[in-house]
Design a protein around this ligand. Structure first.
Ligand code: AMP
Ligand code: GLY
Length: 427
């Protein structure tokens, strides 16, 4: 089988490394890929959200299966376009991807089908949103842009002035473009967060091992929200009883709800959950594998990933027994100086070998390119330094030991990835 993966970050590197283990996969392609991926898959320059370009590429290389990994092309309908040309795909179609593409859609879905989530109101003009916040007068309050915003469309406002500024910048200044035409104003919830990625073919739903993301840029959860600065797996808060509660109250009801709405979801459905004093609640849905969750989840997958993707496409996931390794994985993101705001690219990365890896650790490339024998930075999140261990402490020790071997100008990373999870384990 020839498999084309669409995307070019650490998540796609993780998917490619796993697909490379499959006995069914003969050749891997990736577009646009990155420096690290180029060592394992043939890369092309078609952008991840260029639907016509990806369809053309799939024809040119006679791809058997196309894995659409990022949110933008899924929400734009890349899977529909590929299916129309007869290609097998992994990822939801446009009708189903709206579960991530519109927070208004997903919040209304949860309300309609009684899926636990934060209380909210939707607004399509800034004045009404501001009056509402003033009247509620409860802080912190959460302001969310309706559409996609690179994981940065959520602002937690500590007081009225911050909420007002957030609403203005999203709805009037359009800092996230048309994504900000509507906002959701939501109750602020507290509690540990859990990410659960689930394989689903719209009939069966099979959760992967759980993980914990670290979204803020700086240690102790300070600084701005990012795409994710590190992850650990499994998440110690995701106990058997919490998993059962999620399956009954959240996972199955979501699949049923999407079917009832005529929006069968096939691919990976990502549940961003919060363990609140009032039970588990959904913070967000993503219509794809998470980044950097994938980097800590897929290394524990024992079952052939290609077989799972094929079973989902053919809607026979129920038959597949998905197995996971014991142990833990930790991933520390090395970011460019300034990320998640303005940063410089083109810095030489030191400490990698010619394959972009170091023995015993797997380094997923996110924003790198390979030029004249050197790896250079080319994005905000540059590398995901990842290690597996018998337990979380061992995985973290190995990951941070590897981090110490790598350097580039301006490099920054969080020194406390996994700290909360360790505290929870030792409680
Ligand atoms: P999202 O992009 O929806 O995942 O939101 C980014 C982050 O904002 C989440 O991972 C949470 O840490 C935080 N967040 C979102 N919604 C809420 C909420 N209702 N209460 C508290 N924190 C939230
Ligand atoms: N790490 C969170 C996400 O992929 O959206």
């Amino acid at each position: 089988m020839k498999v084309l993966v669409v995307g070019g970050g650490g998540r796609e590197h993780g998917i490619i490394m796993k697909l490379a283990e499959s006995s069914k996969v003969d050749k891997l392609y990736c577009t646009p890929g990155n420096g690290g991926i180029s060592k394992y898959a043939e890369c092309f320059s078609v952008k991840a959200d260029d639907i016509d370009g990806v369809v053309e590429l799939a024809k040119k290389i006679s791809a058997d299966m196309v894995v659409v990994a990022p949110d933008d092309p899924l929400v734009l309908g890349m899977v529909d376009a590929l299916n129309a040309e007869g290609f097998m795909t992994f990822g939801p179609n446009k009708m189903a991807a709206i579960i991530e593409g519109s927070k208004v859609f997903s919040k209304n879905l949860m309300k309609k089908y009684n899926i636990p989530t934060a209380k909210y109101e939707v607004f399509d003009n800034a004045n009404d949103a501001i009056s509402y916040v003033e009247k509620e007068n409860t802080y912190p309050t959460v302001v969310k842009a309706d559409g996609l915003a690179l994981g940065k469309g959520v602002i937690i406002a500590k007081n009225f002035d911050e909420a007002k500024a957030a609403i203005h910048s999203i709805m009037d200044d359009k800092i996230f473009g048309e994504s900000g035409s509507r906002v959701v104003i939501e109750e602020f919830l507290t509690g540990p967060e859990i990410s659960v990625l689930c394989f689903t073919d719209g009939k069966a739903i099979k959760p992967m091992v759980s993980s914990m993301d670290h979204k803020r840029a700086l240690d102790n959860d300070e600084g701005l929200n990012t795409g994710g600065m590190g992850t650990v797996s499994p998440n110690p808060y995701y106990t058997k009883s919490i998993a059962d509660e999620c399956m009954e109250n959240i996972f199955k009801p979501t699949i049923d709800a999407m079917n009832r709405e005529g929006r069968k979801f096939k691919g990976c459905l990502y549940f961003g959950l919060m363990l609140t004093p009032g039970g588990v609640k959904v913070i967000e849905y993503n219509c794809r594998l998470g980044d950097p969750e994938t980097q800590v989840v897929l290394p524990l997958l024992k079952t052939d990933l290609f077989e799972i993707m094929l079973a989902i496409y053919e809607e026979r996931l129920e038959e597949v027994d998905i197995e996971w390794e014991d142990g833990s994985v930790a991933c520390v993101i090395l970011a460019s100086g300034g990320y998640p705001q303005k940063y410089e690219s083109g810095k030489q990365i030191k400490g990698l070998n010619e394959n972009g890896q170091i023995e015993n650790a797997f380094i997923y490339h996110a924003g790198t390119k390979y030029e004249n024998g050197f790896f250079l930075t080319s994005g905000g999140r540059v590398l995901g330094v990842t290690a597996k261990g018998m337990d979380l402490q061992e995985a973290l020790d190995k990951a941070y030991k590897t981090v110490n071997l790598i350097s580039f100008e301006g490099m920054h990373y969080r020194k406390d990835i996994g700290k909360k999870a360790l505290l929870a384990l030792n409680k």
